[in-house]
Design a protein around this ligand. Sequence first.
Ligand code: FAD
Length: 387
Amino acid sequence: KFEEKHFKYIIVGGGIAAGHAAREFTRKGLQPGELAIISKEGVAPYERPVLSKSYLFPNGAARLPSFHVCVGDDEKERQLPQWYVNKGIELFLGTEVVKADLASRTLTVANGRIFMYRILIIATGSEAIKLTDFGVQGAHAKNIFHLREISDADELVKGMKRKKKGKAVVIGGGYIGLEVASAMRINDFEVSMVYPEPWFMHGLFTPAIASFYEKYFSDKGIKLFKGTVVVGFETASNEEVKIVKLKNGQVLLADVVVVGIGGRPLTTLFKGQVQEEQGGIKTNGLFRTSVPDVYAVGDVATFPVKRYGDLRRVEHVDHARKSAGHAVGAIKASEDGKSIGEYDYLPSFNSSYFDLSWCFYGDNVGEPMMFWDKSTPSTTKPKFVTY
Ligand code: FAD
């Protein structure tokens, strides 16, 4: 039986938002022993986007400790595990919170230990949606991978090594699908992508942007199967995936399958205890939830987007960083009897494939206007802006 652990501040989840919140606490003044981070993952907070990009490269692949938080940020300060020790922050890694009782301010972790807090920050992020969630036939087969945490990326890398230069089927036409497809191609896999929409990055790309990127991917040798979905898998006698069956009747051979069909915010621990909205935990512009002294940041927060006058949940790294900083700013200000302004966020998101990258800012509305660099697309360095 463990002793109860008491902290002034606890962050549940040890991802990007947690790492950035820790940094902001130290900047605003933190006493040793005041802050604990409890994370299911076995490593200190790191920049998750690396997992679908350079983590998968055949040469010079990124590995920890090179991409611990906050190297992805402008200031590039890298918080190694020792940084937390030096700041008197306790990191409980490989530790899953299995129960949260917000009324009594207690958290219970998998081994039964109880943690108590004065202020809680929920930063549990999202989990990958799986085809097994929908009962797709054969979706439990070996060599079908998902990508959310570093342990998932390690499994995928092992699978890629076992099936070197084999056939890869990437399911999903969102940014993870595109990034993984390009990484698999760079690893000399024969790559097919399958997605139900008429073009990839459908919610974000205009038809003109998509046609540029889809041509680029096709020219790199990636086969695109659009407007259809996977209905099942067939396996070999060793239970490894062998065939991917599509709704349109086509079948694809596969040595490795990567499923990138979106994420789901991890709010289960707090269900019924805190107000929810759009599948996330509802907050105000300071990331306060409906429960006093409980904040939610990053992927799990549904917050007011001041400039558009609505509530949104944003599953991107820039918001994870900034929301964490803002919540900590609000906590520290209120301790001094002060207040700060509401979060005023300009949505921003980026991605990269092969030697291309893009950034998106703002809201995806209105009639698109495209401005091309005159030499695009014939040049090897194409460039354009869509407004
Ligand atoms: P996370 O970083 O997911 O951290 C949540 C943490 O909480 C995890 O460590 C998890 O293990 C832990 N946790 C969850 N439940 C519990 C529990 N019960 N007990 C203890 N710990 C728990 N965004 C972009 O803008 N650009 C990109 O290029 C980009 N690439 C991405 C690539 C990949 C492969 C992935 C998965 C995401 C990518 N994103 C990208 C999205 C971005 O990484 C997320 O929006 C961001 O990580 C959210 O930060 P977070 O702190 O809210 O959650």
